[in-house]
Design a protein around this ligand. Structure first.
Ligand code: SDX
Length: 377
């Protein structure tokens, strides 16, 4: 008798290819982008520099950074047809649907869509890096009944996003916290949305199709949608005193607690300490008592999850509340994740094409045995 093949549900623990972009080391809870520890990059480099590192394999020198910034800023504006298209989407639709539609539209109107050469894909990657914040900001304002604020080419990537959302740039310390979150969210090896992008690319389909698919994957609450779900959880519990009983009930009903757990990190997500420190700074500088109450609730849930279940928070856990304190609407949280992860996704799309193999796994059959169709032949 043949032995049944081992099933690797969720591809857990399965190594399917090599990558030179980043590595997540479970044993040491570490993450490096092209060899640099992400904590050092987040503390000392801008998001633009990290995007350059992920795409080109090296941090930019002064001239390269100047050129990168100039090209990125020039690509930020949306043309009228795009703004009109997005304005026609239902206001009740999720902003991730708006992003998915925008990327699909960018592809539809790009004459180089089917040119998969490294140069053409680099250009599309920079276009998406530059335009996605403009889409996200316009959509948040639309949901608030406000007209879009055009991008300001005199502002850096992070400052410009605040400008387009709120018409002003906050204190540099707040912008720094936002920039730290962008660097931490940028890349994470073969996570579900990145692998989705690689599967689409492996058929030699185009970059916009791969990114549209990745946005679909990231939307799910088990993946990028968790940062939004954490905020809903905090607002549902409300009172820190209720944390333990709420958690006991949730765990008893086998609910997944959003912002906790990870497929690779089993003793804590390497990105959490830096994001938590940024959140602590935002709470300390906030005059709003709600900030302290939510931070206390966050800490109480974290303590109970670690002591009760031995399950640690992931990056989405501190990031959600941090975005709330920066003034972003909760449905904007996962779109911000997309604004950052577009760098990792497009780096992997390019890498997949350098040594492509069609991604097509097997299944162990568990259906009915072969049988004849009833009735006359
Ligand atoms: C991201 O892969 C990446 O790198 C993703 C990401 C990135 O940068 O791209 O890091 C971003 O997606 C972070 C994860 C955000 N998702 C959430 O916060 C949603 C809540 N988390 C869980 O759904 C879960 O932890 C996963 C999906 C993240 C990972 O789950 P696994 O590896 O499939 O493990 P599992 O679900 O089989 O859990 C193992 C055990 C189970 O208990 P038993 O059924 O064996 O008794 O741990 C329990 C689970 O019930 N468990 C949880 C839990 N996470 C795991 N129980 C309650 N709440 C949780 N959050």
């Amino acid at each position: 008798t043949t032995t049944a093949p081992a099933i690797h549900r969720g591809l857990a623990g399965v190594v399917v290819d090599t990558t030179e972009i980043s590595t997540v080391v479970q044993e040491t809870n570490s993450l490096t982008y092209r060899g640099y520890p992400v904590q050092d990059l987040a503390a000392r480099r801008s998001f633009e520099e990290v995007a350059h590192l992920l795409w080109y394999g090296e941090l930019p020198d002064a001239a390269q950074l100047h050129d990168f910034r100039a090209r990125e800023r020039a690509l930020r504006p949306l043309d009228r047809t795009t703004l009109e298209l997005l304005a026609r989407l239902p206001e009740t639709c999720h902003p991730m649907d708006v992003l998915r539609t925008a990327v699909s539209f960018f592809g539809a109107e790009d004459p180089t869509e089917d040119d998969g050469s490294p140069a053409a894909n680099r250009a599309k990657s920079l276009t998406l890096l530059a335009k996605l914040p403009t889409v996200v900001a316009a959509d948040q304002r639309r949901r608030r009944g406000l007209t879009p604020i055009p991008p300001d080419p005199s502002l850096g990537y992070a400052e410009n996003f605040f400008h387009m959302c709120f018409g002003s740039v906050p204190d540099p310390d707040v912008v720094r916290c936002f920039e730290i979150s962008l660097v931490l969210y940028a890349e994470h090896s073969f996570n579900a949305s990145t692998f989705t992008a690689r599967v689409v690319t492996s058929t030699l389909s185009d970059l916009y199709s791969a990114v549209t698919a990745a946005i679909g994957a990231l939307k799910g609450p088990l993946h990028g949608g968790a940062n939004e779900a954490v905020m809903h959880m905090l607002l549902e519990i409300e009172d820190p005193q209720r944390a333990e009983t709420w958690l006991d009930e949730a765990l008893a009903s086998k609910r997944k607690i959003m912002g906790f757990g990870h497929r690779v990190y089993k003793n804590g997500d390497s990105r959490v300490p830096l994001m938590q420190a940024a959140l602590d700074r935002l709470v300390a500088r906030s005059a709003d008592p709600e900030a302290t109450r939510l931070a206390t609730l966050l800490a109480a849930l974290r303590h109970t999850m670690i002591t009760r279940k031995g399950i640690h928070p992931n990056l989405d856990y501190p990031a959600g509340l941090a975005y709330h304190l920066m003034g972003f609407d909760t449905p904007t949280f996962t779109p911000i994740f997309v604004m950052s992860r577009i760098t990792g996704w497009t780096a992997h799309i390019t890498e997949q094409l350098t040594h492509n193999a069609l991604i097509r796994p097997l299944a162990a059959y568990a259906g009915p045995a072969r049988r004849a169709v009833p009735g006359p032949a």
